[in-house]
Design a protein around this ligand. Structure first.
Ligand code: NAD
Length: 339
């Protein structure tokens, strides 16, 4: 049994990861600024500390003596509507950088044996992702750096921060660049949700015969990884001798309209897609349509080589499970309204 700390365990991936670590017999301490919205804390940890990790005093308390591993997933983040509008840039950079500055220092002070850091595919240069059918996200293509968001720049800075702590203070680190992770018990409304949850929510909420909006022309490409597979990949990276940075994602690339159509097909409704962008979007929302790069797909060659592991859940399977979860909440809310 190991003693582990999951920072950001009140969030989507952190909650699933903590749950697995606890199920595997480890002692799990979580710190997050908010409680988990969907998991009972007893299911995912032994201790839940409600605290703000931008405060060094909280981090000093949370990263205790005698813990073996830290999984650092806490970040100020969200989907395109949060990251790409420019409206949250200063907070995103300051909050996440402060968390990582505090955590790296404290992990060394408390002699943590191994630290996992969740970086993002958003670190990759925008210029390598202009062609939706052929984006380049090979790990070595990260430099010369040119991420398309401040969120990506902060992630790149923090990757370098942890690598520097590895070089200078022998902090044993594992760094993964997640590519769009989705699944149940994640944010699905409120503006911070990502594309799969947004499409599935719209499919669940739109009546048969209706239409829903998809931001952009729908031809932009992405890949999406089911959360259970993300957890498997993180654990195998932690067990390996490979530090990374390495991609953790799916190589099943789809256009955003294909993703939307998949959500519609799963709902078994007759719904049409309304692509909204340009002036129509600006006139309706008052800001430029936030799209991110034109194309992105995970490149898993390095992960396969180092970990001998491959993604096995097809997108449709993960989307179906996530739809069932979202649809149940939507149906429940509708019942309450009509009761
Ligand atoms: P999430 O927002 O659900 O989880 C992040 C958690 O960090 C949240 O629960 C939040 O409350 C917590 N947090 C934020 N600021 C904090 C603070 N000051 N103190 C304590 N806790 C704080 O996001 P997620 O999807 O679970 O992502 C987990 C990690 O993976 C993040 O670092 C994210 O940047 C990275 N990532 C996620 C994806 C994805 O597709 N979900 C893709 C790339 C990278």
């Amino acid at each position: 049994m190991k003693k582990v700390i999951v920072l950001g365990g009140g969030g989507f991936i952190g909650g699933h990861l903590a749950k697995r670590l606890k199920q595997d017999g480890n002692y799990v301490r979580i710190c997050d600024i908010k409680s988990h919205e969907y998991f009972d804390h007893r299911e995912i940890c032994n201790e839940f500390i409600l605290g703000d990790l931008t405060d060094p005093k909280t981090v000093e308390l949370v990263i205790g003596v005698g813990f073996d591993e830290v999984y650092q997933l806490a970040a100020d983040m969200g989907g395109a509507g949060y990251i790409f509008t420019g409206q949250n840039d200063a907070n995103v950079m300051q909050n996440s950088a402060l968390i990582n500055l505090n955590v790296s220092k404290e992990a060394v002070a408390k002699k943590i044996k191994k630290l996992f850091y969740s970086s993002s595919a958003c670190i990759y240069p925008e210029n390598n992702q202009l062609d939706p059918s052929n984006p380049n996200c090979e790990e070595s293509s990260a430099y010369p750096a040119n991420p398309d968001s401040e969120y990506g720049w902060e992630k790149l800075f923090s990757e370098r921060l942890y690598l520097a702590f590895n070089r200078n203070y022998k902090l044993d680190v594992r760094i993964a660049r997640f590519h769009n992770v989705f699944g149940p018990q994640g944010t699905w409304r409120g503006g911070k949700e990502k594309a799969p949850a947004a499409m599935l929510r719209k499919a669940a909420e739109t009546p048969d015969g209706g239409a829903f909006e998809v931001w952009g022309d729908g031809a932009q490409t992405r890949s999406f990884l089911y959360v259970d597979e993300c957890v498997d990949a993180v654990l195998s990276l932690m067990e390996s001798d490979f530090s990374g940075p390495v991609n953790i994602g799916s190589e099943e690339k789809v256009t955003i309209n294909q993703l939307a159509q998949m959500a519609i097909d799963i709902s078994c409704k007759n719904i049409s897609i309304h692509n909204i962008y340009g002036d129509e979007f600006f006139n309706k929302y008052g800001f430029k349509c936030p799209l991110g790069v034109r194309g992105r797909n995970s490149d898993n060659r390095l992960f396969k080589k180092e970990m001998n592991w491959e993604v096995s859940t097809p997108l449709i399977e993960g989307m179906t499970k996530t739809y069932e979860w979202i649809n149940k909440i939507v149906a429940h809310a509708n019942e309450a309204v009509f009761a």
